[in-house]
Design a protein around this ligand. Structure first.
Ligand SMILES: *Cc1c(COP(=O)(O)O)cnc(C)c1O
Length: 973
């Protein structure tokens, strides 16, 4: 452009979509080049040749035109301002906490952590797995249990998972699940939702007498107690765990992590296992370890259990193994048993969990250490005792004034509403737990001034205000002597070393340096859509208006969230063609579960409750059958044909065979084989004709947005993965958001939430009404900045890039499945199966060799064994895509060296990958290829090189020698 050229019009300058070229890595010149390689004249022609005409959208999406980054931030700020940040004393599982600045900036706001993927590729994930082992150790220590997993979705779903874990693990045959009535109401609600389709009877014990009577019965398989209870009581009875064990049943405890610093851990109750006492499973949330309340999430819940239950523990477990050099290395333990690989025999459908919040909670414990955590807990307990005394002076005696950690409940009688109003006038929230009763929960952020403020709210006319100073001397916490903790916890050096901020900063950096995330290179994981997580999308999540509000604050304080929820749902309806959406499910798996619950409820409402067959093609993601079994459906697998498409003849036969009992079919579209099946409309019609509904797994929406809509072409229900298609980062394995989207007649069966007065047909599926509410601004920002044209361009570019990769690699690695014209959708499966015979090379070897080239591997052996599924997304630049393709071609040349016999099959750069610096620097180099060939196979690596911190990790060793806590430091010597 020359300076003498005329200026564009002001309108053109103002309306230039600033964000779109930031999000999409391919420009017009790149596109022209890529099309020429593919052999298509234009992007339009390419897309028209790929997306079946029969499913093309009838109308463009009705979305606001793209806003600039600055404009969208300003608009969202105005929405955020409609939330009111009150001081919260509500408790009920959500508490104020101070996120240490060093953790906030260097983890929560750091792409090196939040753009990482789930640690399936162990060698490039050692940093986050160390943090997760710290998390597991922290939970094991605090609860006094044998083993803990690497996070659950929230406390309520963890409690529901504990219920099903207990049911399949205990001897007791009863169908009852006894729950303390004084557990958090949202936990009871989610348990009820989960129990109903499984035929479990949930029985609430509303008093100590009832609890005792129920425990004496023989008709239950497990009990759940809350510690401290939702009203703050510490009601542990001597011998209860022993009594329950005597019935062959399990004792589950939902326990508060901060309280456990001072309280006797459930694993030690009644003398612990040595006396046949102690809890069997302990669950809870780690929110108050540094994660803001965020209107309910994301937070890491936890689950710990005794050793005997460990092999059916749901979720992910990080274990310690060794690498080829015999050095300790972390890996996902029992990975081959991972839930969704067991498909319909899976016991849980959890896939995406809450890794980033778990990392933050673990770092909070690393930074504060046992002394720091104890001090915080002691301060909270002291303030609680002082608050109780002052309230007593004002005439309010707490109902359990001799047994509390952080929560008091008191009879407020006729004054209840007046007290709530007085509190609100001071921008304070109390909890009205029952009629005429208020609860007050204190937390890490509570100050002297807050205690004084609380007293002033309760003081009547002319009453003298108590002073903290009056009670300060010799203050005793309200924790009964028998329930005080005596055992040490967090004794490992990692929790006792990093006290200075300098040390902490370097520890965090040291871990993230071990890992490959999107901030270093492309992560071409098929089915996972690792696209840009733009900074402008991330900025709002830590705004106090979004981060510092309680999920059960009065609705008038959550108007900003209500507006965000309504707009995002409306926009996602446009993107999907559905009539109604709930944002409550906090992962794709939970969206599947909610969607199947809707289908089930619909059939029952039609008097067709016997319809329980769910047809699932063999190529489906494992969460599909796992979710189906959770709602009591029976999975029938249908075949795929030679081209990877659903075998229509087989589907038809199974529809006919099961016509009376057909509930639904679950398909993924475009299929997990990376192809737009042309017969999808016919498929939907076929299922409908037989009385079934169609579930379209929306994980592949990145190939559809703006181009085709499942709600239009025949789908009845879909879940989206906002952490795939709509830019929420993967966080190293969560948080996710899995909205469930339905057609008109299923809208009444979307999830509700009684605890937050949200009506809905199938009950709550998450602890919080908006699930992982605090990350919703990310997807809002993305849609707002892209606009309808930008979103469609993103989809088309993602398809273009996948086809470019497939075309450039066709002579080296054939693409397994394609449509009739040879094209793929937004991902392609590279077929490596032939290499086994010619060279002994497996897809896994190529995956590990890619690490030496600086890349995260594509999806390995899903959905077809010994293949790599590549998904570039629209965000990658042509430069990066070419770098990846060139690496793949260079690796193919290496394989030719093996094929020609130049390198032995068992000793070559692929079998020995990844190469660590240490192994290359050893005096002895016994390999038949050079060190340079190992480390610098392409010249560009000399400019920028990622060094794998460990060699290839031994999976089998790790499972035979299961060890899931921090290693003794001596092991690293
Ligand atoms: C990712 C994925 C899921 C599961 O989603 P999560 O958020 O991990 O629970 C389900 N189906 C398909 C096809 C997927 O790719």
């Amino acid at each position: 452009m020359t300076t003498s050229a005329p200026f564009p019009s002001l309108a053109a300058l103002e309306n230039a979509a600033e964000f779109q070229p930031r999000h999409i890595g391919i420009d017009a010149a790149d596109e022209a080049h890529m099309l020429s390689v593919i052999g298509e004249a234009s992007r339009r022609a390419l897309i028209d040749g790929i997306v079946p005409r029969s499913i093309a959208r009838s109308q463009p999406m009705d979305l606001p035109p793209a806003s600039t980054e600055a404009g969208a931030l300003a608009e969202l700020k105005a929405i955020a301002a409609k939330n009111q940040v009150f001081k919260s004393f509500i408790g009920q599982g959500y508490y104020g906490t101070h996120t240490p600045g060093v953790i906030l900036r260097n983890i929560l706001e750091n792409p090196a952590w939040y753009t990482a993927y789930t640690p399936y590729q162990a060698e490039i994930s050692q940093g986050r797995m160390e943090a997760l082992v710290n998390f597991q150790t922290m939970v094991t220590d605090l609860t006094g249990m044998d083993i803990a997993n690497a996070s659950m979705l929230d406390e309520a779903t963890a409690a529901a998972e504990a219920m099903t874990l207990a049911r399949r693990s205990v001897k007791a045959k009863g169908q009852r699940f006894i729950v303390a009535g004084d557990a958090h109401p949202q936990t009871i609600e989610v348990i009820r939702t989960r129990a109903e389709p499984l035929g479990i009877e949930v029985v609430l014990a509303d008093s100590a007498e009832q609890w005792n009577t129920l425990l004496a019965g023989d008709d239950y398989f497990a009990v759940l107690d809350q510690y401290p209870s939702t009203s703050g009581r510490l009601g542990v009875d001597d011998g209860d765990t022993v009594r329950v064990h005597a019935k062959g049943a399990a004792y589950i405890v939902a326990a508060d992590v901060l309280a456990l610093c001072l309280l006797k851990p459930p694993g030690e109750w009644d003398g612990g296992p040595a006396q046949s006492g102690g809890a069997d499973i302990v669950v809870g949330t780690t929110q108050r370890f540094g994660m803001p309340m965020g209107a309910g999430g994301p937070h890491a819940a936890y689950m710990a259990c005794r050793d005997a239950f460990k092999r059916s523990l749901p979720g992910r477990l990080v274990g310690v193994s060794v690498d080829v050099h015999g050095k300790p290395a972390y890996r996902l333990a029992l990975q081959t048993r991972e839930q969704h690989i067991r498909r319909e025999k899976a016991t849980s459908n959890i896939c995406t969990a809450q890794v980033l919040p778990a990392v933050i909670a673990s770092m909070y414990a690393v930074y504060h250490g046992p002394e720091g955590l104890t001090r915080i807990a002691q301060r909270v307990a002291s303030y609680t005792a002082i608050l109780s005394k002052g309230l007593a002076q004002l005439g309010y005696t707490a109902t359990h004034h001799d047994s509390a950690f952080d929560t008091l409940s008191l009879k407020s009688g006729a004054r209840t509403d007046e007290l709530l109003a007085r509190a609100a006038a001071q921008r304070v929230n109390l909890r009205k737990a029952w009629d005429e009763y208020l609860c007050i929960s204190l937390d890490e952020t509570t100050t002297r001034a807050d205690i004084a403020l609380l007293w002033s709210i309760f003081a009547g006319e002319g009453q003298a205000l108590p002073r903290v100073e009056d009670f300060e001397a010799g203050i005793e916490p309200l924790i009964p002597a028998a329930l005080r903790r005596t055992s040490a916890f967090l004794t490992h050096p990692v929790f006792n070393t990093h006290r200075s901020e300098t040390a902490m900063l370097r520890y965090i950096r040291q871990l993230s340096d071990k890992d490959l995330a999107l901030d270093r290179s492309m992560i071409p994981l098929g089915s996972c859509t690792m696209k840009l997580n733009a900074t402008s999308e991330m900025i709002p999540i830590t705004w106090p208006e979004f981060a510092q509000v309680h999920p059960f604050a009065p609705a008038d304080q959550l108007q900003g969230y209500a507006e965000l929820d309504a707009q995002l749902r409306a926009w996602l309806c446009q993107a999907t063609g559905y009539a109604g959406i709930s944002l409550q499910p906090n992962a794709g798996s939970q969206g599947e579960y909610a969607g199947l619950l809707a289908i089930r409820a619909y059939h029952r409402a039609q008097g067709q409750g016997h319809r329980n067959i769910c047809l699932i093609p063999s190529s489906a993601h494992g969460t599909n059958p796992a979710s189906a079994q959770m709602v009591g459906m029976q999975v029938v697998v249908t075949a795929c044909d030679a081209n990877g498409n659903v075998d229509m003849a087989d589907l038809k036969a199974k529809c006919e065979q099961h016509a009376d009992k057909l509930a639904c079919v679950m398909i993924t579209y475009p299929s997990t084989h990376g192809v737009f099946e042309t017969q999808v409309k016919e498929l939907c019609q076929l299922v409908h004709q037989h009385g079934g509904r169609v579930y379209v797994d929306g994980a592949n929406m990145n190939a559809l947005v703006g181009v085709a809509a499942p709600g239009e072409f025949g789908g009845d229900v879909s879940h989206l993965n906002l952490h795939k298609t709509f830019c929420i980062p993967h966080g190293g394995g969560g948080p996710g958001v899995g909205p469930v989207c339905v057609v008109e007649d299923l809208v009444p069966y979307l999830p509700g939430h009684t605890s937050a007065s949200v009506a809905g047909g199938v009950g709550a599926v998450s602890a919080a009404p908006l699930g992982n509410a605090a990350v919703l601004p990310i997807s809002w920002m993305y849609i707002r900045m892209m606009g309808p044209d930008g979103l469609q361009a993103a989809t088309e570019t993602a398809i273009l890039s996948a086809n470019y990769i497939s075309a450039r690699l066709k002579d080296h690695y054939p693409t397994l499945y394609a449509s009739a014209n040879g094209h793929v959708a937004h991902e392609c499966i590279l077929d490596l199966r032939g290499l086994k015979d010619t060279s002994g090379v497996m897809a896994e070897d190529v995956a590990k060799r890619l690490i030496d080239y600086g890349f995260h591997a594509p999806t390995l052996s899903f959905p077809v064994p010994n293949t790599l599924m590549v998904e570039p997304t629209e965000s990658e630049t042509l430069f990066e895509i070419d770098r990846f393709i060139d690496a793949m071609i260079a690796i193919r040349e290496e394989i030719r060296q093996i094929e020609s016999g130049a390198w032995p099959r068992d000793d070559n750069p692929l079998k020995n990958a990844p190469h660590t610096a240490e192994s290359l620097l050893a005096a002895d180099w016994p390999r038949g290829y050079s060190r340079e060939a190992a480390a610098y196979p392409v010249a560009a690596l000399r400019q920028a090189k990622y060094w794998s911190p460990v060699g290839r990790v031994d999976n089998v060793y790790g499972d035979r020698n299961l060890f899931c806590s921090c290693l003794p430091v001596s092991d690293f010597a």
